[in-house]
Design a protein around this ligand. Structure first.
Ligand code: FE2
Ligand code: FE2
Length: 364
């Protein structure tokens, strides 16, 4: 029987888990949320650009160590592909800047290729890690191609589709040419199946770390880019008759947006030790004419609403929870100080999400 990537993904537990996580609903939603937010998209494109360029430099270093001329030339060609990917991602992020009039992204260092630190001169191990990395790339880009429709600018969508398709074809080629090295290493017992499986687990952990970094970036964007439109309907689009129009709730839910609400709700089942929201029915100062409002209780109620009803179809329960939430917030427009509280609450939910995904990384 010929061993192919599909067999590896189906047989090795670490590989199955990586494929499952990277193509999960959570993963797809996070990609779509990233594509919907120009600044987050720009962050992701510049991160990819730096990672690909760094990977290319590492491949060239290894190529120079290879004694076999054919191997040296294969690695050199591979390095050129990755350098080209780096340039394509840079061009895409430049295009994003033009389309959405964005400033440069500061402070994004990108990620150093972790296999560089793990490299101990063993070509067999190097190729095993490279093969797994290329499978990871293919999985990621397959999801990218599926979710490109989330980009709202038509020209950017077309550019992304062509560029990502081209990179994806290269990654498939990289998966295919590295596979015989892994099979040969296994046949010669230079590596064991468990080693390959461990490499998959390492990349799975890396996937969650990167997801967490993206969510942390999303949290910082809430501060500077609090939207002024939308509201509960945006967060729960399937509920047409929402029971409140408090300007507070409009701002809170529009700053969270539907993506965050769904991501938080999806994250909940697996994040066993994540902090549970407070019971919104605890005694708080519910809004009454002229009464002081208990905003902390209101924020806790929203947290509970999203965690328990953000991803359910039970409209009656959701509406009841929304009605509870509505009681905590005034009808007056929030003051500038209150706006800062809303921002910091929305940010804290993104950070909770980032922490939950960081925990998944530790569990791989
Ligand atoms: Fe690449
Ligand atoms: Fe590649």
């Amino acid at each position: 029987m010929t061993i192919g990537t599909d067999q590896i993904l189906a047989v090795l537990p670490g590989a199955c888990a990586l494929a499952q996580d990277m193509t999960s609903e959570f993963s797809r939603l996070l990609v779509a949320a990233t594509f919907r937010n120009p600044r987050l998209l720009q962050y992701q494109l510049t991160t990819h650009s730096r990672s690909e360029t760094d990977g290319s430099e590492f491949l060239l270093e290894v190529a120079n160590l290879a004694r076999n001329p054919q191997l040296r030339s294969q690695l050199h060609d591979h390095a050129m592909d990755e350098a080209k990917h780096g340039r394509i991602y840079t061009a895409l992020s430049e295009r994003a800047k033009e389309v959405w009039l964005l400033s440069d992204f500061c402070g994004n260092e990108g990620r150093r290729d972790e296999s560089r630190e793990a490299f101990n001169g063993s070509m067999v191990r190097f190729f095993m890690s490279l093969h797994v990395a290329e499978i990871r790339n293919r999985l990621l880009l397959d999801v990218y191609l599926d979710e490109i429709g989330a980009i709202d600018d038509k020209s950017m969508r077309a550019r992304m589709y062509a560029a990502i398709g081209k990179i994806r074809d290269d990654e498939v080629r990289h998966v295919n040419y590295t596979l015989p090295f892994v099979i040969h290493g296994l046949a010669a017992a230079s590596i064991a199946l468990e080693d390959v499986d461990k490499a998959f687990s390492m990349f799975r952990s890396l996937y969650w770390t990167e997801a967490s970094e993206t969510l942390r970036m999303a949290a910082t964007l809430v501060t500077s880019e609090l939207p002024s439109e939308g509201g509960v309907e945006a967060a729960f689009p399937e509920d047409s008759a929402v029971p409140t129009q408090s300007p507070w709730l409009v701002l809170i839910f529009s700053s969270l947006n539907a993506d965050a609400v769904r991501l938080i709700a999806l994250c909940k089942p697996s994040s066993g030790n994540a902090e549970q929201p407070q019971d919104p029915s605890r005694p708080g100062t519910v809004r009454a004419a002229g009464a002081r409002v208990d905003l902390d209780a209101g924020f806790a109620a929203i947290r509970n609403l999203i965690w328990n009803h953000g991803n359910t179809d039970c409209t009656a329960n959701k509406r009841a929870a929304l009605e509870t939430v509505a009681q905590y917030f005034p009808q007056e427009h929030p003051s500038p100080a209150d706006m800062r509280r809303i921002q910091s609450f929305a940010r804290s939910l993104w950070v909770d999400l980032a922490n939950a995904t960081q925990r998944f990384a530790g569990e791989c």
